[in-house]
Design a protein around this ligand. Structure first.
Ligand code: ATP
Ligand code: MG
Length: 483
């Protein structure tokens, strides 16, 4: 079906489209803009990547690169017959129209040259399977063979072909369905949804990197719960993140139940997502109670308890991050620390809380303290407005205490003023437990407010400790070595 739609022409203005049009006219081949860019015209979303399907692919890309000038960078992938242009903040991908067939146990298709219709049929959803012609002859004409425009209107994700074929050919598309639903607020058509349920096990042939790319997009969507609920309902979640489905359900004993920690977790992630776009803070929220199933006990007096679930949860993260190919360095550490500390601010809301407890949290959270407070506030999922008010008020008090102590003691990213190396030098000690003990004693004295966070006070305190332990100083102290 070919359609003339006035709003398309308005979106295809500008130098890039003019050049693609001129160059395609010059080579005499048909060229189309396809997929996400076309969809986003109708959704009024800004699209930075433009996919162009054309007879020659690489040849047109080379001409367009030349015409765009030196600012445009061209990369050619000969084996795939594709080319890529980076031009200012836009990326343009050129491919020849393709027809693909798949073997059963791989995502790698056998590719043949095809028509634009073949090319659109191998795409994932009808809303992503539209093309717009960019030659002068027919510029702006929409090709919509699968009813993509109607599905955009119905806010519906539907595969262009039989969904069992689309999903067996490339199971990543199941994750893309969930991701688009979460990211764009679309519904998944019933027959498409059922096909995901049927084919879910095939997600196992998709690499962790590709799955995580979609998970990250789900995590960054306005309400990530939409994506995770859909993954749960289709059965994808048990395969990808069984630790999360383990949070599901309510057990009752002696008439006492606990909350459903899966629903609670998703609410926390949504609450937090309303406040921040920080991806790894959102991941930390998703995993904040991940240790609960393992630490769940029933106590006849206390009811259900989840003692140390924050520690158990923190310990589980490395495994999950490794499996999902999420980054293991600083970002894992950041998420681990947030999971470990997420119960601590609650304890600080007590009127009687000591400065020492506040200092310890500041020390342990470091630069993550503000993110930790956001997580704790998002963790309030009570339905009782009176309770919500009370908890929020408690956290306001904690924030005030944190600020007071922080300003007074400069404890964020605090390093004790005398480190292990200096202790070894002062006493001529070899590395070992004795040095560690002295170091910890200085840190504790500062955090407990016994001495101020200053070199001289720490030095005098160290001398006092050494005298008690009969450790003898080997070097005379000249001056503060850190100055
Ligand atoms: P976004 O760029 O916002 O993530 P998009 O729809 O543009 O969304 P891309 O990954 O950029 O997604 O892909 C561009 C187009 O290529 C899609 O619109 C779709 O037509 C097609 N496509 C991408 N991945 C697949 C896939 N796994 N199976 C079928 N078609 C796909
Ligand atoms: Mg895209």
């Amino acid at each position: 079906m070919e359609l003339e739609i006035p709003e398309i022409n308005g979106k295809l203005k500008g130098r890039i489209f003019e050049i693609i049009r001129e160059q395609a006219d010059a080579t005499g081949e048909d060229a189309y803009i396809v997929g996400g860019f076309v969809r986003d015209i109708f959704l009024n979303r800004k699209s930075k990547d433009i996919d162009v399907v054309t007879g020659s692919g690489i040849k047109l890309a080379e001409k367009v690169r030349k015409a765009l000038g030196r600012e445009a960078k061209l990369t050619v992938f000969k084996t795939f017959g594709t080319a890529h242009i980076d031009y200012r903040d836009t990326e343009i991908e050129f491919v020849g129209a393709r027809k693909e067939s798949y073997s059963k146990d791989s995502r790698k298709p056998v590719v043949e040259t095809g028509t634009i219709e073949d090319d659109l049929a191998r795409r994932d959803f009808t809303i992503n399977a539209m093309a717009v012609k960019v030659n002068s002859n027919g510029f702006g004409t929409l090709i919509d063979m699968f009813g993509g425009l109607a599905d955009l209107d119905r806010i519906l994700l539907k595969t262009p072909l039989d969904p069992d074929v689309t999903f067996t050919d490339d199971p990543l598309r199941m994750m893309r369905a969930v991701r688009f639903a979460s990211q764009l607020g679309f519904f998944i058509a019933a027959e498409t949804f059922e096909a995901i349920e049927r084919n879910r096990q095939r997600i196992e042939i998709v690499s962790a990197e590709r799955i995580t790319e979609e998970l990250n997009k789900i995590m960054l969507s306005p309400r990530p719960s939409v994506g995770f609920e859909l993954m749960e309902q289709t059965g994808l979640l048990t395969i990808i993140l069984p630790e999360l489905t383990a949070l599901k359900g309510i057990e009752t004993r002696d008439g006492v139940g606990h909350k459903d920690n899966f629903a609670h977790t998703l609410k926390v992630v949504d609450n937090l997502s309303a406040e921040t776009g920080n991806l790894y803070l959102r991941w930390a929220a998703l995993f904040h109670d991940i240790g609960k199933p393992k630490s769940k006990r029933f106590d006849p007096k206390l009811g259900w308890t989840f003692h140390s679930h924050e520690y158990t949860g923190m310990k589980m993260l490395k495994n999950i991050f490794t499996r999902l190919k999420l980054p293991l360095g600083e970002r894992l550490k950041y998420a681990e620390n947030l999971v470990l500390l997420h119960m601590r601010p609650v304890a600080l809301s007590d009127e009687e809380v000591t400065d020492s407890a506040v200092r310890r949290l500041l020390f342990e959270a470091g630069d993550s303290i503000d993110d930790l407070m956001l997580l704790c506030e998002a963790d309030i999922t009570s339905k009782n407005p009176e309770k919500i008010r009370k908890f929020l008020n408690n956290f306001r008090t904690v924030r005030i205490k944190l600020k007071e102590i922080e300003e007074k003691d400069r404890l964020r990213n605090f390093q004790p003023p005398i480190d292990g190396l200096q202790i070894m030098e002062i006493f001529g000690l070899p590395p070992g437990p004795q040095v560690g003990e002295l170091k910890i004693a200085i840190k504790d004295a500062i955090l407990d407010g016994v001495i101020p966070n200053e070199y001289d006070a720490a030095y005098n305190y160290l001398m006092q400790l050494a005298a008690e332990k009969n450790i003898i100083k080997t070097e005379s102290r000249t001056k503060n070595p850190s100055i």
